[in-house]
Design a protein around this ligand. Structure first.
Ligand code: CTP
Length: 393
């Protein structure tokens, strides 16, 4: 997503300016060319040398730099930018942008660019909540600026409130989402399930499985980066990244309800979750006490979410198998009325539950098989989405 993209990163004078170094480093590692513009107050919080060190690019701090490779910087950077990110953004820079002012190299660049702009504010809670700041933000949002954060938490004054710079993951997520708006899944509604369901035995215990949610998270992030409107229904922790609507659930029943609701207007459902096939018939109201005679739990079947749902959307299932992978997956593809099934061999250590990699075969309903090598879960996610995008046309 970020490979060969030019990101103009504006850093303004907030105590959170030091976090911009991490952001600049992550953007650079993701393949972007990062051109940093710092306001003078920002240089008091973090040295331009630090930003230069992590980006490997000269840092612009003034409109009037003689040694810069940019002749008229505000124009050349504005034109080179695929995206402008201001992190942290102070109330002051937000006010200047809302007013269309161009008194600094950063505000002049924003005024002169046609690239999308992402703003991550960081400031004192009262400054943030002040109606003038809120009006400025509303004005910029109307002009299609994307805001990420601020988060709630401990601020520089020691007080708690909304004003903390969004996390680097959230900002990266917002950047990916904005850049992905023209992707091959732009505007498509994709529902992804992730994690393993937990079926309560009593208020303390549950029957679960080893699914980590990593494959589902990777699918949700990849779909978001390709422009989709993503709804992630998960039992695992949500991804830290922004731009994904997350519905936390625990049991198969809760997941079923959430899937039904989310697919009412979906283009595709991708069931990466490991749904329990059985649950305790009755969950005990109070904690079950130890008994030397042992314990027998009576289990009853859960509904098969994927088999039971249909509508005007692509249905994608996963088949985690320990034997006869292809035959079992093909059987599930037909039984559950799927468009695609992603089969993976969970006996392979580098593949399946908990791993960061996966080795899968994608089978479509015409019976075509695509056997993939060992890939990261993100790469597998993109391969699955290639097939989904193909089916959506
Ligand atoms: N699935 C589902 N609801 C269930 C069980 C599974 O929607 N109650 C979905 C899974 O999310 C997955 C696909 O069906 O996408 C296949 O799941 P899997 O556990 O491999 O198959 P099962 O049908 O449960 O069969 P078995 O456990 O016997 O292999």
């Amino acid at each position: 997503m970020l490979a060969n993209k030019t990101v103009v990163l504006g850093v303004t004078g907030s105590i959170a300016a030091y976090k911009a170094a991490d952001l600049a480093s992550r953007l650079t590692q993701a393949g972007a060319r990062v051109e940093v513009i710092m306001t003078e107050p920002a240089t008091r919080f973090v040295s331009p040398l630090t930003l230069r060190g992590v980006t490997g690019r000269p840092v612009v701090t003034s409109m009037w730099e003689l040694n810069s490779e940019f002749s008229i910087e505000h124009v050349s950077l504005a034109e080179a930018a695929d995206i402008v990110v201001i992190a942290p953004a102070t109330a002051n820079v937000i006010a200047h942008l809302a007013g269309g002012l161009a008194g600094s190299i950063l505000t002049a660049t924003v005024l002169a660019t046609t690239a999308p702009v992402v703003i991550a504010p960081a400031m004192n809670v009262n400054m943030y909540q002040n109606s003038v700041t809120q009006e400025n933000i509303a004005k910029l949002k109307k002009r299609d600026f994307t805001f990420i954060g601020p988060d709630y938490g401990r601020l520089a004054t020691g007080k708690k409130g909304a004003g903390r710079l969004a996390s680097v993951e959230e900002i990266l997520g917002a950047v990916a989402q904005v850049l992905g708006k023209k992707g091959d899944l732009a505007g498509r509604r994709i529902v992804v399930t992730a994690g393993g369901t937990r079926e309560p035995v009593d208020p303390v215990r549950y029957i679960g499985n080893r699914s980590s949610g990593k494959m589902g998270n990777a699918l949700a992030e990849a779909a978001r980066d390709r422009g989709a409107i993503v709804s992630l229904i998960t039992t695992a922790g949500p991804p830290a990244a922004a731009g994904i609507e997350v519905t936390p659930v625990e049991t198969a029943k809760e997941m079923e309800g959430a899937v039904k609701k989310a697919t009412a207007a979906a283009d595709a459902l991708i069931m990466a979750a490991a749904v329990a096939d059985y649950r305790p018939k009755e969950a005990a109201k109070s904690k079950i006490k130890k008994d030397a005679a042992g314990l027998t739990l009576e289990l009853t079947g859960t509904a098969d979410i994927l088999a039971g749902i249909s509508g005007n959307f692509i249905k994608v299932g996963f088949a985690a198998e320990s034997e006869d992978m292809i035959a079992n997956a093909r059987h599930k593809l037909t039984e559950k009325g799927l468009d695609l099934i992603v089969a993976n061999d969970i006996t392979d250590k580098q593949s399946g539950f908990g791993a960061d990699t996966n080795k899968v075969t994608i089978i479509d309903k015409e019976g075509k098989e695509g056997k993939l090598p060992l890939l990261t879960k993100r790469e597998v996610a993109d391969k699955v989405l290639d097939s989904v995008a193909g089916l959506l046309g």
